[in-house]
Design a protein around this ligand. Structure first.
Ligand SMILES: [Zn+2]
Length: 342
């Protein structure tokens, strides 16, 4: 396979290659460890049935379920039986209501910190249905230089016009036909992982593949890669292996599980020792908005830059004030070719 270097612009202290962050349920839980603004808890697949109170619906549908069972595996059995279509719809409605009611707390969460640490060239791809990332995006959006969002399993705040292949948040309308964007499905059979069956989902995965194939740093945050979703990990691995800068790229896994277990899950993604495992973002928050630039300069030029740590405050206004001059530097680089300070 062809190999190439990251898009380093040494004279500008800049690297145009992208940082791709993938979020699983563990990330939303880390954003709101004690629940949302109203104490509503963030489920993971293993406790979703209890938290969202789906048990009565499953019992009525005669779907066997034992406590702690992965919801996706339960749903797979349900989806395989066409006679249970009504229960499927009822479950999706219940899920949508539960997640749509969530409200991000006023203080800055780890989602705000991720959005503010990344740039417009970067990506955040989320497996989560909850609206916390979308809500964080909206309250940071005035900075105008935020990463692009991808919703891999749909999202209660995402909308689409499938006819004109437009996506946005639910309150938006389609720029072509002017109609309100429609909610996107949250549930679809995942045993076969039918990422091709719905135009919105299909598009999100095409975008993720392209982003990973071209990523310089890949961060996987709180995503357990469940066996029930083996296809998702397969698609991600194929894209990562097709990445022409893989030999020089880095992957970070952020997970609270024991390191050996995390290593076992993600080993196929590792190139030699170019990986890190931690319980919170380290490089990204130490080199906020400069993660790829500083990584390229440090590893390709052996000329380490000063750290650029995002302040630890959870005061959102203070974070915005800290980020603003960095955003100006990025705009000056793009519009006038002014080198980034290093
Ligand atoms: Zn339209």
């Amino acid at each position: 396979m062809q190999r190439r270097l990251p898009r380093l612009r040494a004279d500008k202290n800049a690297c145009e290659s992208q940082h791709v962050v993938i979020l699983g349920a563990g990330a939303s839980r880390a954003a709101c460890p004690t629940g949302d603004a109203n104490g509503r808890l963030l489920p993971v697949m293993a406790d979703l049935v209890e938290l969202v109170a789906l048990e009565p619906l499953l019992r009525d549908a005669k779907i066997s379920y034992s406590q702690g069972q992965n919801f996706e595996a339960v749903y797979e059995r349900l989806a395989a039986d066409p006679s249970k279509a009504a229960v499927q719809r009822a479950i999706e409605t219940r899920l949508r209501e539960y997640f749509a009611a969530m409200v991000i707390p006023d203080r800055a969460t780890v989602y705000d910190r991720l959005l503010l640490s990344l740039r417009a060239k970067d990506y955040i791809a989320s497996f989560n249905w909850d609206p916390l990332l979308a809500q964080a995006f909206k309250r940071n959006r005035h900075l105008a230089e935020l990463p692009r969002l991808i919703f891999l399993h749909g999202n209660v705040d995402a909308g689409a016009c499938t006819e004109h292949r437009q996506k946005g948040f639910l309150e938006h309308s389609c720029p072509h036909c002017g109609r309100a964007l429609m909610p996107v499905p949250l549930l679809y059979p995942i045993g076969t992982k039918d990422y091709e069956g719905n135009a919105f989902i299909q598009n999100e995965w095409i975008e993720l593949r392209a982003a990973i194939e071209d990523a310089y740093i890949l961060t996987i945050f709180g995503y357990a890669a469940p066996r029930s979703d083996v296809a998702a990990k397969g698609i991600m691995l194929d894209a990562w292996k097709a990445n022409q800068t893989l030999e020089l790229a880095a992957i970070d896994i952020i997970d609270v599980k024991p390191e050996a277990e995390v290593e076992e899950t993600w080993r196929p993604f590792f190139v030699r020792t170019h990986y890190g495992i931690s319980s919170a973002p380290t490089w990204l928050f130490q080199h906020a908005r400069r993660s790829c630039d500083h990584f390229a300069i440090a590893t390709l030029q052996q000329r380490p830059c000063q750290d650029n740590p995002l302040p630890t405050t959870d005061d959102l206004a203070a974070l915005h004030a800290w980020v603003a001059p960095l955003v100006s530097q990025e705009v000056a680089l793009r519009d006038e070719g002014t080198p980034l300070p290093c």
